[in-house]
Design a protein around this ligand. Structure first.
Ligand code: ADP
Length: 376
């Protein structure tokens, strides 16, 4: 598979005037290995999933039994919603820190797995990676294949950046990484897990700043790892900083879930993130209201911990579920055993199951789920 074969494969695609959509001058690079093909394009105005989908489909037809990846600008498209047919990347967001985003992401990931979906959890909070701690993964060894990605495969893509930390030097590729060279993931409770926390020293700041560095890191965490999961939840940091900007603009998100506490200040911050997503055309599945109430241990009455805001609901965000305040959620997290595993038949696990079923239905309608044969 070379440039000429790719141009020939794409010949059926034409512009409105009948000329070929992709000519040799539009091909920046072609990389291939058995069962995998990556075509990088340099052409303006085609960096959306809708426009890349027909190119991807045409290549898939021309090269059967081949996993196809198309790259243009900073957009990487692997079919379906972007991450592959029947595969989804979903951001779990909260406008504010401390609202329970990581807690919900971990428990929801485990719930989706229990519903039959292979799930991965990507810690997108680059400067405060909590996921390894919450799942009780504290790797003392370096990942098996460090530093092998990116270099020497195609001169056009340059050398890439290197992050140095506890897990050794981590080369961030600046170009495509074929499946045979992708970095292995960590695993716990049947989830695939990846976090910058596996490279960063636990007590020292990672100081990953600047849009370029954040972009390289997040893209590497998503595209250069050997994910096999159908649904990848990204535990995103709060606010509308570089990580969120990169996720919204460069990562193939099928949708987003908000986690908020019910009061107005938290929802006001979430609304800012919501506006950013809407501007980028990213669909929001709904919100999980966390710490929505507390059951008084003395009289069993339900107490509202916060004033109730309707800001996000007014903006059209549906409530996926409500998780009460329960100290076991934090005690269990600190022990690396999330509550849905510690108390799988309790009311909070039941509420997570309701949320999980809603998320599954939403994904079924957006291109289906690979493990379910793509259909509902
Ligand atoms: P975020 O990811 O939004 O910063 P975390 O998930 O880290 O928030 O949660 C912040 C703290 O609140 C953690 O100690 C967590 O265990 C605790 N927590 C989260 N949700 C609840 C809840 N519903 N009840 C009690 N504690 C909670």
């Amino acid at each position: 598979m070379d440039e000429a074969a790719v141009v020939a494969a794409l010949a059926p695609l034409t512009d409105s005037d009948g000329s070929p959509l992709i000519g040799p001058e539009d091909i920046y690079g072609v990389m291939a290995e058995a069962g995998w093909l990556c075509v990088s394009l340099r052409k303006e105005g085609i960096n959306s999933a809708e426009l890349l989908a027909p190119i991807h489909a045409e290549l898939g037809r021309a090269f059967p039994n081949t996993e196809v990846e198309v790259r243009v600008d900073r957009r990487i498209y692997r079919g379906g919603e972007g991450f592959g047919d029947g595969r989804h990347v979903v951001a779990v967001l909260g406008g504010k820190g401390g609202v329970g985003k990581s807690t919900v992401a971990v428990n929801l990931a485990l719930t989706l797995w229990a519903l039959g979906i292979p799930v991965g959890l990507l810690d997108g909070d680059l400067n405060a990676p909590d996921i390894p701690h919450m799942l009780g993964v504290h790797p003392k060894e370096e990942p098996a294949e460090r530093g092998t990605t990116g270099s020497g495969q195609n001169r056009r893509y340059g050398a890439g950046r290197t992050v140095v930390g506890r897990g050794g030097a981590w080369r961030l590729s600046s170009g495509p990484v074929p499946p045979s060279r992708r970095r292995p993931l960590y695993g716990r409770h049947n989830l695939e897990i990846m976090s910058v926390g596996f490279v960063a020293p636990e007590r020292r700041p990672m100081a990953l700043t600047g849009r370029g560095m954040v972009s390289s890191m997040l893209r590497s965490l998503l595209f250069d790892m050997a994910w096999t999961a159908d649904v990848l939840l990204i535990d995103a940091p709060p606010g509308t900083g570089d990580e969120i900007q990169v996720m919204a603009r460069e990562l193939p998100l099928s949708g987003a879930i908000f986690v908020t506490t019910p009061h107005d200040l938290a929802q006001m911050d979430a609304e800012r993130t919501f506006t950013l997503l809407r501007e980028q055309g990213i669909m929001v599945m709904g919100m999980v209201q966390n710490m929505s109430s507390l059951t008084c241990p003395h009289c069993d009455r339900e107490v509202d911990l916060f004033g109730q805001s309707s800001r996000l609901a007014d903006a059209g965000v549906q409530v996926l579920g409500r998780i009460p305040f329960d100290t076991r959620l934090s005690v269990n997290a600190d022990q690396g055993l999330p509550l849905v595993l510690g108390d799988p038949t309790g009311p909070i696990s039941y509420e997570f199951a309701r949320i999980g079923v809603r998320v599954r239905s939403w994904l079924r309608e957006r291109g289906g789920i690979r493990a379910e044969g793509l259909s509902s």
